[in-house]
Design a protein around this ligand. Structure first.
Ligand SMILES: [Ca+2]
Length: 253
């Protein structure tokens, strides 16, 4: 019994290896923070993960992007994960999900970007900056889990929980436009070359639930496996590619 407890603590310490930039104390499990435990959660099958890999040329333009064609439902909680490499230290717009006409508010329902110094996340139009600086020309495995009931997002870097981001509560509405590589100021458009992505993006996908921290760590450790209940991957049947974005051969599994 004592051994089990010790092992459990070791696992927690390993999973929640917290970066020095985090200013608040992190909970033992993030479900505790959301008012529930992870122990009662259903288990989900893990299996072979469809491998996707895209190259966004190192030039600032409004024409390079990927649009997800798979319909997006209302999202009460969700997870996005991907393996990103930035070519430069400029502003990189990774994820932009828009549902509003955008005449009065240019912000997205959900957005992830990295400027020269930090990562930024928006939910329900509210932005938060986090002190996660990612170097150029290095691959990072990034997952963000979000809970609409509390407006809280959890940022995992290379398998570890690194930041808790408090944005704004409220369901992320479905039927919007999901774009990778540009910032939408109206649905599906009004891009800005300074707000584009130059780099590579591998295995980007979305689930309609917050993945368990241990599932995220497992995916980081073995990129060929992932929980099978994803809503979409960037397989060709699910996307439209624009401009100079190119599908490239992913690493072998
Ligand atoms: Ca913009």
């Amino acid at each position: 019994m004592k051994l089990t407890l010790t092992l459990t603590l070791i696992v927690f310490v390993t999973v929640f290896d917290v970066g020095s930039s985090t200013t608040e104390s992190l909970p033992e499990t993030y479900y505790e923070f959301e008012g529930r435990e992870d122990t009662g959660r259903a288990t989900h099958a893990t299996g072979a993960c469809p491998q996707t890999s895209y190259f966004f040329p190192n030039i600032q333009t409004t024409t390079n992007y990927i649009r997800v064609t798979k319909p997006i439902p209302d999202l009460h909680e969700f997870t996005v994960c991907g393996i990103f490499k930035r070519f430069t230290n400029g502003v990189d717009w990774w994820v932009s999900y828009a549902t509003m006409p955008g005449t009065t508010n240019n912000h997205n329902e959900f957005m992830i970007r990295h400027d020269s110094n930090q990562m930024e996340i928006a939910m329900n139009m509210k932005w938060v900056r986090e002190d996660l600086k990612l170097s150029a020309n290095k691959e990072y495995h990034i997952c963000v889990t979000s809970f609409s009931s509390t407006g809280t997002s959890y940022v995992f870097l290379d398998g570890d929980l690194r930041e808790i981001v408090h944005t704004k509560s409220g369901t992320i509405n479905g039927s919007g436009t999901f774009i990778l590589g540009q910032d939408q100021d109206v649905i599906g458009g009004k891009f800005d070359a300074n707000q584009s992505f130059q780099g590579t993006m591998r295995n980007f996908m979305l689930w309609r639930r917050a993945l368990e921290p241990k599932e995220i760590m497992k995916m980081y450790q073995d990129q060929c496996l992932c929980p099978q209940d994803y809503l979409f991957t960037l397989e060709r049947k699910n996307i439209e590619i624009s401009g100079g974005v190119a599908a490239v051969w992913p690493p072998k599994c």
